[in-house]
Design a protein around this ligand. Structure first.
Ligand SMILES: Cc1cc2nc3c(=O)[nH]c(=O)nc-3n(C[C@H](O)[C@H](O)[C@H](O)COP(=O)(O)OP(=O)(O)OC[C@H]3O[C@@H](n4cnc5c(N)ncnc54)[C@H](O)[C@@H]3O)c2cc1C
Length: 468
C-alpha cells in the first residue's frame, strides 16, 4: 500500500493525492448518512491525463477505485466499502466547460461540472439543458451520466441517456476512451458509450461529456391540482398529455402525507388552497414564447379536468414567484424526509396505468409486514416513477429503518415485479439495491452484465460491491 501511495504522490503531487485521515474523513459517507466506508486516499485530479495516470497505478497495484461526483446519489454507490485500500477519485476539480455550440446545439464539459452551472451556462447562450433535479446544484454531470439520472423533465426530454451524444472516459487500465463526439448520427457498430451511462462507476471513470441542448423554454406555467386518488391523477395525465403534447414539461405527484412533512420541516412554504386533499399533482407547461397562450392552454385544460372531475381543486401560478413557490412543495420533499429521520427509499417504476392498482395492493402487503409504518409516496408520475418511501411508525426508535429495511424492501419489490415494474427507476443500484437486483434481475441479463464487467474491468477494481 505504501509503495503504491508513494508512486501516486510522486506522479500527481501531494495536493492531488490526499492521505491525511482528517482530509479523507469527509469523503467516507453518503448524502443520507446511511453508509460509511474506508479509504487510504482521496485523489482529486485536474485533467484526464492525471486520471489516466492514477488508473494505471491502481490497475498495476489492484487498488479499488470509488469514483466520486457530487455525492448526492441515494443508493450508497459513491461510498467506499470497508476495504482500507480503497481510493476515492473525485472529479470536483475537473469543472471546465469545453465548448457550447448554438448551431449544433451541443455542450461539451468536464465530468466534474455541477449540473446547475451547466444549465445556467446553456441558458446564457439561449439554450436549454433540460436535465433537472432537486440536487442539481450539488450533483456533477459525470455523476448524472454515471447514474443515468432522470429528474423532473423526463416526460418531455427523456433521461440523461437521451441527452448524451458523447463520452470521454478513462478505463480501469488507464486507457482513454475517446468518445467525446457531438454527432447526431453515428451507426458505426456497437454504441459503447451506452454501457458507461448508468454504470455507476463500475466500468470506468467518465472525464468528459457531450450533451444535446434544446430550444429555451422562456415561458412556463404551473398548476397545482388536488386529486382524490392515483386513478384521478392517471386520467388527468391522459387529458393533459393529449391536450398539451410536447409543451408538457413535468407531471409530478405527491400525497398529503408528503405535503405534511414539507409544511412541518421547511420554512416559508404554504398550500395554495384552503382545504387539504388526499394527493396533489404539479403540472408544468413550457414553451419558447407566448406566455399568455400557454397560461390560457393550461387554464382551459384544468377547466376541463375540473368539469370532468379529474381533479377537485387547482391553483395556476400567476407569477414566477408563485411558480417557484408551487415547485418548492414538491422539491423539498426529500429534504423534509431527511429532517424527519431515517427512512426507506424505494425508487420504483411501473407501467403507468398500473400505478393505482399497485398503490392499493402494495400497501396491503406492506401493512402485513409493518402495520404502523408511515408511507410517503411522491415522484415523477408522468414517467411511471414513484418514490415509494417508508418511515418508522410514530414513536419508534430511529434504528427502525435499519432493522426493517430488508423485509420492507422485499414486500415492496415483490409487488413491483408482479406489476411488471422496475426496482430502480432512476437512482440506480449502488449498495442499497444490490441484493434485490441480483434476486430480481433476469439471469441471462445478469450473465451478460458480468461478461461486460469482465471485459472492461477484469481485476474488479472499479467500485467493488456495487451493482453486480
Ligand atoms: C434532494 C435530492 C433529489 C434528487 N432527485 C433526483 C431526481 O429527481 N432524479 C434522479 O435521477 N436522481 C435524483 N437524486 C439522486 C442524485 O442526485 C443523482 O443520482 C445524481 O445523478 C448523482 O450525481 P452525483 O454527481 O451526486 O453522483 P455521486 O453520488 O457522487 O455518484 C453516483 C454514482 O456515480 C458514480 N460516478 C460519479 N461520478 C462519476 C464519473 N465521473 N465517472 C464514473 N462514475 C461516476 C459514482 O461512483 C456512483 O456510483 C436526488 C438526490 C437528492 C439528494
Amino acid at each position: 500500500m505504501q509503495e503504491f501511495l508513494e508512486k501516486l504522490q510522486a506522479a500527481l503531487g501531494p495536493d492531488v493525492v490526499q492521505t491525511e485521515a482528517a482530509d479523507i474523513e469527509p469523503w467516507l459517507s453518503d448524502w443520507r448518512g446511511v453508509y460509511k466506508g474506508q479509504a487510504q486516499a482521496v485523489v482529486r485530479p485536474v485533467s484526464t491525463e492525471q486520471v489516466a495516470q492514477c488508473m494505471r497505478l491502481c490497475s498495476q497495484y489492484k487498488v479499488p477505485v470509488v469514483t466520486r461526483g457530487g455525492n448526492t446519489g441515494l443508493c450508497g454507490a459513491a461510498t467506499p466499502d470497508a476495504r482500507p485500500d480503497n481510493i476515492i477519485l473525485s472529479l470536483d476539480r475537473m469543472n471546465q466547460i469545453r465548448s457550447i455550440d448554438t448551431i449544433a446545439n451541443t455542450l461539451v464539459a468536464d465530468a466534474g461540472c455541477i449540473l446547475g452551472n451547466l444549465r445556467r451556462a446553456a441558458q446564457e447562450q439561449d439554450r436549454l439543458l433540460p436535465l433537472s433535479l432537486a440536487a442539481e446544484d450539488s450533483s456533477q454531470i459525470g455523476g448524472n451520466v454515471a447514474t443515468n439520472a432522470g429528474g423532473v423533465n423526463v416526460v418531455r426530454y427523456g433521461m440523461a441517456r437521451e441527452l448524451v451524444l458523447g463520452i470521454e472516459a478513462v478505463l480501469p487500465d488507464g486507457e482513454i476512451f475517446n468518445g467525446l463526439q457531438t454527432l447526431r448520427k453515428d451507426n458505426t457498430g456497437y454504441d459503447l458509450k451506452q454501457l458507461l451511462i448508468g454504470s455507476e462507476g463500475t466500468l470506468g471513470v467518465i472525464t468528459g461529456v457531450a450533451l444535446r441542448l434544446h430550444a429555451p423554454t422562456h415561458v412556463r406555467s404551473v398548476v397545482l391540482a388536488a386529486v382524490e386518488s392515483e386513478q384521478q391523477a392517471l386520467e388527468l395525465f391522459r387529458l393533459v398529455f393529449g391536450a398539451c403534447g410536447p409543451r408538457l414539461q413535468a407531471f409530478e405527484f405527491f400525497t398529503d402525507a408528503c405535503l405534511d412533512l414539507v409544511l412541518t420541516h421547511v420554512e416559508g412554504v404554504q398550500l395554495p388552497f384552503g382545504d387539504r386533499h388526499p394527493a396533489y399533482v404539479l403540472i408544468e407547461l413550457a414553451d419558447t414564447a407566448n406566455e399568455e397562450a400557454l397560461t390560457q392552454l393550461l387554464e382551459e385544460v384544468i377547466g376541463q379536468a375540473l368539469e370532468q372531475e379529474l381533479c377537485v381543486d387547482a391553483a395556476v401560478s400567476a407569477s414566477l414567484a408563485q411558480l417557484q413557490a408551487l415547485w418548492r412543495l414538491r422539491e423539498e420533499i426529500s429534504e423534509a424526509q431527511r429532517a424527519d429521520g431515517p427512512h426507506l427509499k424505494h425508487d420504483i417504476s411501473l407501467p403507468i396505468e398500473q400505478i393505482p392498482a399497485f398503490v392499493k395492493t402494495a400497501e396491503v402487503q406492506l401493512r402485513k409486514v409493518s402495520p404502523d409504518c408511515r408511507l410517503f409516496i411522491f415522484g415523477h408520475f408522468g414517467d411511471g416513477n414513484l418514490h415509494y418511501n417508508v418511515s418508522r411508525p410514530a414513536g419508534a426508535d430511529k434504528s427502525w429503518a435499519a432493522e426493517w429495511e430488508i423485509r420492507i424492501a422485499d414486500a415492496v419489490f415483490e409487488e413491483v415485479m408482479a406489476y411488471g415494474g422496475s426496482i430502480s427507476a432512476e437512482h440506480g443500484i449502488g449498495q442499497l439495491k444490490r441484493h434485490a437486483f441480483l434476486h430480481h434481475k433476469d439471469p441471462l441479463q445478469l450473465k451478460l452484465m458480468r461478461q461486460i464487467k469482465q471485459v472492461f474491468d477484469p481485476d474488479g477494481i472499479m467500485n467493488p460491491g456495487k451493482v453486480l
